[in-house]
Design a protein around this ligand. Structure first.
Ligand code: ARG
Length: 570
């Protein structure tokens, strides 16, 4: 494939001073565009050649003619700078977008698999707003990896097993709720949430309920039929609501293999630990010790019931067998860092070298403003955290109000409002590095100005509406590179050309914010281009329209990689 970077790398190799790969890793984009489009620093050659970098760069620039696609090269202060031939550059980039469309910038298939564990909420509870982070980061990382050439296995490791079910069973029976099929199949997650709350309240008066819950879970693990029936109903009720919300948010999974799925795979894991001499009995529990820098990993409690970590061990082994992953990513909040360190360490002790391919992808908290106007962490247990469902509804309602005021005739306005509302929440979540806490400020996130989802959607809509208004068939448009040589067109095209590089950086660093920032830069470059150039009715109409189309494709696909549905009208 022709790329400008490759052309420079080929030339660099001809000089015999670098290999192509070295040159590619050294290439950078000069901050000042008057210094060219790419720059190859000569500093690391100084020692080897016993010459000043400045002299080396000058010698190279004098000796070697500019490679194909470049207008000239120049030496500046020890850098060998390359200036693309603008018309060639424009033609190559726009032709490629014409051919690949939304997939422009995607990497060729790598024959590598990445398994991504994300969202993975606990059953029996409504999806709280803080689950948004794992869901959206994971959804975006899955899309980014796919674009970067990986096979992706999207896994929802539902928390559908564990003591919390003992709690639900105990309170359900204590409140004498009906257990006939009909009632059970109509259970809602709302009711389950309430049951949790009553369990917590009641426990303050009757602390022995905690023991009862533990016993109930042990009984469930041992296969008690009646308890299983209750558990299945709780799971089903939660799943129904979850899937409904995932659908609104455009989130998908390939596997809903929750913790319960590993139940029958656990005895083999415990046996393996035993056979490998790793299981130690300590304070009546079976653990794997992990040296001085980590507490031991708990495998089995005295009553024989297993733990979160045990199920994660079984899940990791299963995933390796099933998917033969090259990487397994766990998109889970930072609070679980120790848990994953322990699980990966145990896998390592079991002799699994691939434990090094397991990676915890942590992220910061979501903060809300409390009544005193201070930022604080939302709490689900006491029920004060906003529920995701409520947040989505409220965001959509606010956007709908704006549409009703500005464009009341718009068709499907409810659907569009939901898409913009969800997109606003997602963008607000992904616009910063993932380890930063996210301050959720309603007015800021839903604003059509600044670094927001609605602002980007607005840019996309603007591009779409120009294409629509032109009434032309885009597929048949012919562009002329010479008509796009003005500064803002060139700047925009250069921005488009960086898509592949941005995808790769976002993928390698597991940071969707790279693409969120890129979408902002694209939107700004597009507005600037449209500000400086009339499109419809100009002499360059076809070329400019084609650039509008290319920009819409790149921006639309970038939004999709973030998990935001690009809209065409609003
Ligand atoms: N269910 C857990 C929670 O809500 C997250 C599970 C993350 N994935 C995993 N394999 N442990 O805290």
């Amino acid at each position: 494939m022709f790329t400008f970077e490759n052309k420079i790398a080929e030339l660099a190799e001809q000089t015999t001073y670098w290999t192509a790969a070295e040159a590619l890793s050294l290439l950078s984009i000069p901050p000042d565009s008057s210094h060219g489009d790419w720059s190859l620093p000569c500093f690391n050659l100084a020692k080897k050649l016993r010459k000043a970098p400045k002299a080396i760069a000058e010698e190279l620039a004098a000796k070697f003619p500019a490679p194909q696609g470049f207008a000239k090269t120049e030496a500046i202060n020890g850098y060998w700078n390359f200036y693309v031939d603008k018309a060639t550059f424009i033609k190559i980039i726009l032709d490629e977008i014409k051919e690949k469309g939304l997939e422009f910038g995607f990497a060729p298939a790598k024959n590598k698999t990445v398994a991504i564990d994300y969202s993975s909420p606990n059953i029996g509870k409504e999806l709280a707003f803080h689950h948004l982070r794992s869901t959206m980061l994971g959804n975006s990382l899955a899309r980014i990896h796919k674009a970067n050439g990986f096979r992706v296995e999207r896994i929802n490791h539902l928390g559908d097993w564990g003591t919390q079910f003992g709690k639900l069973i105990v309170i359900y029976l204590k409140e004498n709720l009906p257990t006939d099929e009909q009632t059970l199949s109509n259970l809602t997650v709302k009711e389950l949430n309430k049951l949790y709350a009553s369990f917590s309240t009641l426990c303050k008066k009757e602390p022995e309920l905690e023991d009862k819950a533990r016993d109930a879970f042990a009984k469930l693990e041992q296969g008690d039929e009646f308890y299983r029936k209750l558990w299945a109903a709780f799971r089903e009720a939660t799943l129904k609501e979850l899937v409904r919300i995932y659908k609104i948010m455009g989130v998908d999974f390939d596997h809903y293999t929750g913790e319960s799925f590993f139940e029958d795979k656990i005895p083999a894991v415990v046996e393996e630990l035993q056979n490998k001499g790793l299981l130690v009995n300590s304070q009546e529990r079976d653990v794997v010790t992990l040296g001085d820098d980590m507490p031991p990993c708990l495998i089995r409690k005295s009553d024989g019931s297993t733990l979160y970590a045990t199920r994660d061990l079984a899940a990791a082994i299963y995933r390796k067998k099933e998917f033969d992953f090259d990487k397994c990513l766990y998109v889970v909040d930072n609070g679980q860092a120790l848990h994953f360190k322990q699980v990966f360490a145990v896998l390592g002790k079991m002799g699994y070298e691939w434990s090094n391919d397991c990676e915890h992808i942590p992220f910061g908290l979501i903060l809300h403003k409390n009544e005193e106007g201070k930022w604080e962490k939302g709490k689900t247990r006491t029920g004060t955290a906003s529920l995701l469902r409520d947040v989505i509804e409220a965001a959509s309602a606010k956007i709908l109000a704006v549409i009703n005021e500005k464009n009341p005739e718009l068709a499907n306005k409810e659907e569009i409002a939901t898409k913009i509302g969800v997109g606003a929440i997602v963008f607000n979540d992904l616009k910063n590095r993932r380890l930063m806490d996210v301050k959720f400020d309603w007015d800021a996130a839903l604003s059509f100005e600044g670094a927001t989802g609605p602002y980007i959607q607005n840019a996309h809509v603007r591009l779409c509406s120009i294409l629509r208004k032109s009434g032309k068939n885009i597929a048949e448009l012919q562009f002329k590179s010479e008509e796009l040589l003005d500064q803002s067109s060139c700047d925009l095209i250069k921005m488009l050309s960086r898509k592949a590089e941005k995808i790769n950086i976002a993928c390698e660093s597991r940071e969707p914010y790279i693409l969120a920032q890129y979408s902002l830069e694209l939107a700004e470059a597009a507005h600037k281009f449209l500000h400086d150039n009339r499109v419809i009715g100009s002499a360059e109409e076809n070329s400019r329209l084609f650039l509008v189309y290319c920009t819409q494709q790149v921006l639309g696909s970038t939004l999709e990689m973030l998990g935001i549905a690009p809209i065409k009208e609003m």
